[in-house]
Design a protein around this ligand. Structure first.
Ligand SMILES: [Zn+2]
Length: 421
């Protein structure tokens, strides 16, 4: 039966997260990424799960070589920049056009009033990959992305996202124009010059691409009822962006997943299968979750009753608590949040390929992500995404709410969220 006692403890979450962060950066192919996937695999085995497996797959690694952003007119000046990952390697020149701040969670772009031919486009965004193809169609030649991280920090961002290729042509996978990322301070410098006259720049971007192998790590707790093939899937990506320890994104999600695995392994009275999935290569375009769904699409469509995505769960900041979900699962979570006194501030649909729920959601699996946004963690995708910005009491309270939802779904097999008749 459902226990109302808070079973996920802040100290356990903190210890797990600290241990995970000792592996270092977890960018695809790096040592920290391998150590982390082995740690997860060992843990699933030690918990004595009924099934533990890995799914290996190839992913395109991005190795930055150099980038530069040079003002060429009306003055000559070098602007500090970072490469926009997975963009073209070449040098381009053009006049800069500022398109404003792109709302991170909307893909609808009206570019009809802009002439972008041969222009270098300047935008403020954390998700430039959602827009770059539209800019290419309008014949823009380069992209400057300004981020709003404090203290002159520049976020690590990618110019390409879902769907990943997952086939032999993976090395062709990049945006067809070069891109760079700049700080907020440099954005203001550019805008002030642009307010006086036309500004021209030269962008150069060089990188290497190579194929590396990574993996998903999967653990299963089988249903007590052996005739029930239904499953609930709990997923968290374990890779990080190229900079720093990626504590918010995504050791908060991964440690919550591992604590859920530990707690639910003790019970073993679930009446639906519980699948724990630690996904690889999320930051470069949801490769792990896309592969997981593609490999067993029919089975997942038939049997996966709910998917919970744990990504960038909680911070010390007073961000909005946000539920990304749709349909009956969303209604169920909102109803339970009221019953348990768990505050949810806003609800968002699942129409963006923002995290690992997406390959599930587009295949009709009722999915949900509970996290804190807006605003985004100020140090998102920077080296300052560290443990000091995590409130473990808050993380545990979200973990316990999710645990209560899972409890109910796995103990009551009549509970269904499918929108199918
Ligand atoms: Zn993430």
């Amino acid at each position: 039966m459902i226990s109302r006692v808070d079973r996920m403890k802040r100290e356990n979450l903190k210890n797990t997260l600290e241990e995970l962060s000792s592996h270092g950066n977890r960018w695809i192919g790096r040592e920290g990424e391998r150590l982390t996937s082995s740690y997860i695999l060992n843990m699933f085995n030690e918990l004595g799960m009924d099934e533990v497996l890995t799914q290996e797959f190839k992913v395109l690694d991005y190795i930055p070589i150099s980038c530069s952003l040079q003002l060429t007119s009306p003055i000559q000046e070098e602007v500090v920049c970072e490469p926009l990952q997975f963009t073209e390697c070449c040098q381009v020149e053009g006049e800069v056009v500022f398109l404003g701040e792109f709302e991170n969670y909307s893909r609808s772009l009206d570019l009809s009033t802009y002439d972008l031919k041969d222009k270098v486009v300047l935008i403020v965004s954390d998700t430039p990959a959602f827009y770059i193809d539209d800019l290419v169609k309008k014949k823009a030649v380069g992209l400057i992305v300004a981020t709003d991280a404090p203290n002159g920090l520049i976020r690590a961002l990618a110019g390409k996202t879902y769907p990943p290729p997952l086939d032999d042509d993976i090395d062709l996978w990049k945006a067809t124009i070069p891109g760079v990322v700049i700080s907020k301070k440099s954005l203001y410098r550019l805008l002030s010059l642009m307010s006086l006259r036309k500004v021209k720049v030269s962008i150069e971007h060089k990188a290497d691409y190579r194929t590396v192998t990574t993996r998903n790590v999967i653990g299963v707790l089988s249903s007590l009822d052996k005739n029930n093939n239904e499953e609930i899937l709990l997923g968290a990506h374990y890779d990080s962006q190229m900079k720093g320890l990626g504590v918010w994104d995504n050791l908060t999600g991964l440690s919550t997943l591992l604590e859920l695995a530990r707690i639910l392994s003790m019970n073993r009275d679930n009446r639906r299968n519980i699948v724990f999935a630690a996904f690889g290569a999320e930051e470069v375009g949801l490769w792990g979750s896309a592969l997981y769904v593609n490999n067993r699409k029919e089975e997942i469509k038939a049997n996966c009753v709910a998917m919970f995505c744990l990504d960038a769960v909680s911070t010390i900041f007073s961000n909005k608590k946000s539920l990304w979900s749709e349909g009956k699962l969303r209604d169920f979570i909102i109803e339970r949040s009221i019953r348990y006194g768990f505050r949810i501030d806003n609800v968002h649909p699942l129409d963006l390929s923002y995290s690992d729920y997406y390959p599930f959601a587009i295949n009709g699996v009722p999915s949900a992500m509970l996290w804190e946004n807006p605003p985004t963690h100020p140090y998102y995708h920077t080296e300052e995404d560290t443990i000091e910005y995590i409130n473990f009491d808050k993380l545990a309270s979200i973990g316990n709410f999710i645990l209560a939802l899972i409890d109910e779904i796995v103990y009551y097999p009549n509970l269904n969220f499918s929108n199918k008749k």
